[in-house]
Design a binder for this molecule. Sequence first.
Ligand code: FAD
Ligand code: MLT
Ligand code: ZN
Length: 544
Amino acid sequence: MLSLRHLARPSSCSRRWAHNIPSFSHLNAVNEQDIAHFSNILAPSSILSTLPSVATPADDLAPYNLDWMGKYHGQANSVLRPRTTEQVSEIVKYCAHRRIGIVPQGGNTGLVGGGISLQKEIVLSLGAMNNVRSFDPVSGILVADAGCILQSLSDYIAPHNHIMPLDLGAKGSCQIGGNISTNAGGLRLLRYGSLHGTVLGLEVVLPDGTILDQLSTLRKDNTGYDLKQLFIGGEGTLGIVTGVSILVPPAPQATNNIFLALPRFDNVLPLFQIVKRQLGEIMSAFEYIDRTAYDMGLKHGLGPLLDAEEVGDSECFILVETSGGNNDHDLEKLNHLLEHLLAADQPLINTGTLSQSPSQFNSIWAMREGLTECCQKEGKPYKYDVSVPLADFQKVVDAVRERMISKGLYGDHAISKVMGYGHVGDGNTILPTSEGRSTYPFVGNLHLNVIAKHGYRPELEAALEPFIYEVVGEYLVSPKALGMDVDDMDPASHKGSVSAEHGIGSMKTHALHYSKSDVSIEWMRKVKQVFDPLNIMNPGKVLP
Ligand code: FAD
Ligand code: MLT
Ligand code: ZN
């Protein structure tokens, strides 16, 4: 594992650090003639524009020009809200002809600036395409417009005893098309896997306006290249997702959760091993919250879930969820687990609680899900979303805090909090066992949040970046890091990830090389060139 000294050491990557706003000289701004053309395609109520012929008040465009965090400010003078795939296709054909940049926008809850215009691109909002096209409760296949809100889809299938295979704190606003375009992870990934597995098919409007209809409902289909995978996590740079076919699982018969306080961070990994061994296939989430994040949650009204005295000076907290087929059986297992943990000679936990009712179950989840909003209440968060070895979660958070202290930027005048929470259970599932050590370090998804009390400021960002990316880029998550003989491995392909689940957007284009090799980036560019040779589709996002 890396030492703290190692974490603070600048690497050679810094010479490749530059965050310039890309030039869009190949693109045209939207003008009055363009608006006249769009009004042949769309109803007047579907066109918002500050240009004189429409004269939408700037305030009405503001929600499309500002992201959820209030970090990215767009400059779009026009927003289009199509209702059909054919309308999207007509708009895109015209934009390709006129060289107008397009920013696809879903619920605008993304955390990396991907859905906000960088210059004068037009915003194409999918929110008016919000119909369920079909649902088959027997097979669990749901086909829906991309603009359907995730919570609405959950509500739609709930009476049929199904759930969406993904769940996230933004579910009340984010859209399924946005989820797919960011390949959102969220709170159910441990159980149901990533969207790369659950999405069966997509309908996409390509950057020349062609409708690519791959709205398959087949689970098994090995007929050549699986093009849909390119749009899952494509962040709107290769086309506009307009329809989705997705496999939704049956609702589990029983769900329960426990919340545990751990005296030391070092207990997390051994705890994970015990929990996994004891709960086996019914474990459906294993989420991590550090002390700073927990205290912030309490301050903003989440919990209290545990007795303050029993919590004492616990360093961190773990939420475990089970989803199984028999409530009595699952509760027995959880009770047994808690007893086992508390009765140990050197207990891995200080205290813990098992939810006794649906409302307690929800309160435990609210503590974890509510942290993102609490960060907003504390100030302006710099959000880093990284894959690093679990054993070093705390070390990474401490290293960042110490860096801000050393720069005189820690305190209420600048950075007031540095904290970590995240999805431990989503990591590599190969764990050290009684048979021996795992070949790979156990890697988890850490959400590192750095709160700027009085707002985003260039000197704060300069102290954080590229420092954090270099820390993550230094991790070799590979057999070679463990001394195995793999001669021709390209180390850049085996780094920790600078984006475990939120994506690259405009925030991390210049940090892509910390996690992707030059060869990978070159082939990503070639893919972009094939789909979008005019570079009109979400320009300036993902690729540097
Ligand atoms: P937007 O923000 O509108 O767009 C995101 C990106 O997708 C942009 O690049 C945009 O251009 C593109 N896009 C949107 N719709 C389309 C489309 N139809 N076709 C093509 N491109 C499109 N993320 C996680 O992974 N896990 C979490 O647990 C999680 N929790 C969150 C909790 C909160 C409170 C918040 C605010 C965000 C959270 N996120 C999480 C971030 C996550 O990426 C988004 O919430 C969600 O997936 C984005 O969906 P959206 O509809 O809001 O997309
Ligand atoms: C989460 O897991 O809570 C989300 O990814 C959002 C965040 O990082 O705050
Ligand atoms: Zn997350």
